[in-house]
Design a protein around this ligand. Structure first.
Ligand SMILES: *Cc1c(COP(=O)(O)O)cnc(C)c1O
Length: 297
């Protein structure tokens, strides 16, 4: 895992320069081909606490295509912790590429039904996992946000007016809000349909800070809902690749970049604004598409 691989990609386009806007993309996806993006940052302090508490096993939760599951498997493997993934839904005939990779990294997978999955504490006791260090689904929590606070340290000249990032649990966004300059605007693009709990979920993680940058979360760019990727989104992602060599994922960053293009076209940014998009990774999730839908990856 090498944060030195992370770089900033400027986007050159008439639709930006017309309004005297600039857009840079922080390419966290470049950390690692599979374990890309924000998950590495979010896991850092959980792993540290698990080790401090002398736990030998970490357990967490996710779906069959979860970036969090794969990142956890990889990170635990690196630091010498055993890992267990509680996977939502019945095992299918062939496990997803995500789960196969997590398994190859030593993660023990436990499949539970969607009903069972809702009762996290019951699972922990039913499978005798009380001795394990538990990380929430998606890495949601204060330690995750503290890790995500370190993302902006990778930006050499942070003179942006807006920092724009995808939102799942809101953990990364909380970290960005706490590390942004007070005059910066942090905008989260939710990948979920109508998750009205998100604002509060983010606020709950901001407790270590008295003053922080203003933020907003936009809920209109979900393309039908979490995990939905209709043909117009795929077409948009192929176009982003052709025009900018910007690889995007179907769950988060495709919707994020679409939102930015849309907000610019609707003149939502003042002339002269300097935008930073956080490419949070997740490209391995594109493996769940059938072949040839994307012109990259
Ligand atoms: C997990 C993930 C997110 C969401 O991060 P949260 O901290 O849960 O909001 C965004 N982008 C990518 C690529 C992810 O894998």
């Amino acid at each position: 895992m090498d944060t030195n691989n992370i770089f900033i990609q400027p986007i050159e386009a008439d639709w930006l320069s017309e309004d005297n806007l600039t857009l840079d993309v922080l390419r966290l996806d470049a950390i690692h081909p599979v374990v890309s993006g924000n998950k590495w940052f979010k896991l850092k302090y959980y792993l540290r606490q698990a080790t401090d508490q002398q736990k030998d096993t970490l357990v967490t939760f996710g779906g069959a295509f979860s970036n969090h599951i794969i990142a956890t498997a990889f990170a635990c493997n690196q630091v010498g912790l055993k890992s267990i993934g509680i996977i939502r839904g019945e095992p299918s005939g062939t496990p997803s590429a995500t789960l196969q990779y997590a398994h190859s990294l030593g993660m023990h997978l436990i499949f539970v039904t969607r009903e069972e999955y809702k009762q996290k504490e019951q699972i922990i006791s039913a499978y005798n996992l009380n001795h394990c260090y538990v990380v929430n689904e998606g890495g949601y929590g204060i330690k995750g946000a503290l890790g995500a606070k370190e993302i902006l340290q990778l930006v050499p000249e942070n003179d942006y007016t807006h920092i724009i990032a995808s939102v799942g649990t809101g953990t990364m966004l909380a970290g960005l809000i706490m590390s942004a300059r007070l005059q910066q605007n942090v905008i989260g693009i939710s990948s979920m349909k109508g998750n009205e709990m998100l604002e509060q979920a983010v606020k709950d993680l901001l407790i270590s800070e008295n003053n922080f940058a203003t933020f907003s979360i936009l809920h209109d760019y979900h393309f039908g809902g979490y995990g939905k990727y209709p043909p117009p989104l795929i077409a948009f992602m192929n176009q982003a690749w052709q025009q900018f060599q910007l690889p995007l994922d179907i769950i988060y960053t495709g919707k994020l970049f679409f939102a930015i293009v849309d907000l610019v076209s609707k003149k939502q940014f003042k002339k002269g604004s300097k935008l930073l998009m956080i490419h949070s990774g997740g490209l391995q999730g594109n493996n769940s598409l059938s072949k040839n839908q994307l012109s990259f990856s």
